[in-house]
Design a protein around this ligand. Structure first.
Ligand code: XMP
Length: 319
């Protein structure tokens, strides 16, 4: 078959032509392979006329902020605008239990923070986005309302408000093609092989309101799941593997005391593009290790369950 890497010059050329010799562009990265690849292509095309924005909404995974900043540095992108907006997001989310409302709040705040950064940089005329082919398809066909689709990354409404022209170098690629391109561009394996992670972050893996207590559980439990999939050599065999924190409780025993604790659900799926997915037949030994570690290492958790339902009927993420 053809090598998607051979399309790199054409994509770089496309961005150069769109933005021209003087234009400046913004690109929001999440650390995911799509936005990082788009940023590197744009950087090759326009160099330091590219400004990369990275917002920490407080819902990122363990070590993610450092990892993304290191990867940007590693590919030589210099104009990086990093904003730690965790407190702002977490207070806005306080007491909000409805999944769609959580997504809307996160999307809206993200746009606000992004606007603040954008208005501080002069002469920006373009917005580079890592939209890929399935994103364009799924935008019309979501079971969760069209406003949910990647609204976080696509900073809905922003291009119009600032009169920015959108440039999408990956718009015709599938995920596996993006990965091939990313590898060719020299992005580290931690970015290239990374599982998709939703824009609203751990908020979609927490049932009900996002509290610091549930967030701490989600962060630690997700890290354990990823670590153990990597250790078992199965990280690359699945589309996603993660942990979700439920509001429901289970009675635990500690010595001679009985106390209520939380339920964490581990989910791993295989998929081509996220539109449909099969639950992963996880080896029992791996599940045993994950379950033991989560219940022993994560305070407040007394039950670990495994999600054995495909998409459809279930979505991949719980919320
Ligand atoms: P679902 O849960 O709808 O997810 O089966 C399909 C794929 O999309 C990801 N996902 C999201 N990505 N913003 C995103 O950027 C979102 O709000 C969102 N919700 C789900 C999910 O991780 C899976 O890969």
């Amino acid at each position: 078959g053809w090598n998607p890497g051979s399309r790199i010059p054409a994509m770089v050329e496309y961005v150069s032509r769109e933005i021209g010799p003087e234009g400046r562009a913004l690109c929001a990265v999440s650390g995911g392979v799509d936005s990082m690849t788009a940023a590197v292509i744009a950087h090759r095309a326009i160099g330091d006329r590219l400004h990369v924005v990275f917002v920490d909404h407080g819902l990122l995974r363990e070590g993610e902020v450092e990892g993304v900043l290191r990867a940007l540095d590693g590919v030589g992108i210099r104009n990086v605008h990093f904003v730690d907006a965790s407190d702002r997001f977490l207070s806005a989310l306080s007491g909000v239990a409805d999944p769609e409302e959580k997504r809307l709040i996160i999307g809206r705040l993200f746009a606000e923070v992004f606007e603040d950064v954008a208005s501080g940089i002069s002469g920006i005329g373009y917005l580079v986005q890592g939209t890929i082919y399935p994103d364009r398809i799924e935008s019309g066909a979501s079971g969760r309302g069209s406003d949910r689709i990647k609204s976080h990354h696509n900073v809905a409404g922003l291009p119009e408000k600032f009169g920015l022209r959108v440039v999408e170098p990956l718009r015709d690629l599938y995920k596996d093609e993006v990965r091939a391109v990313a590898r060719e561009l020299g992005l580290p394996e931690s970015v290239v092989g990374r599982h998709p992670f939703p824009g609203p972050g751990l908020a979609v893996r927490i049932e009900g309101d996002v509290t610091r207590e549930k967030l701490a559980i989600a962060r630690r439990a997700n890290a354990i799941v990823e670590e153990e999939f990597v250790r078992a050599g199965l990280y690359g065999a699945v589309w996603q593997a993660f942990a979700a924190v439920m509001d429901s409780t289970w009675v635990g025993v500690k010595g001679d005391r009985r106390e209520l604790g939380r339920v964490v659900i581990v989910r791993a799926v295989t998929s081509e593009d996220g539109m449909t997915a099969d639950w992963f037949r996880i080896p029992h030994d791996l599940l045993a290790t994950i379950s033991k570690r989560i219940s022993e290492e994560v305070p407040g958790v007394v039950m670990v369950a495994y999600a054995a339902t495909s998409k459809p009927p279930s979505t991949i993420e719980p919320c």
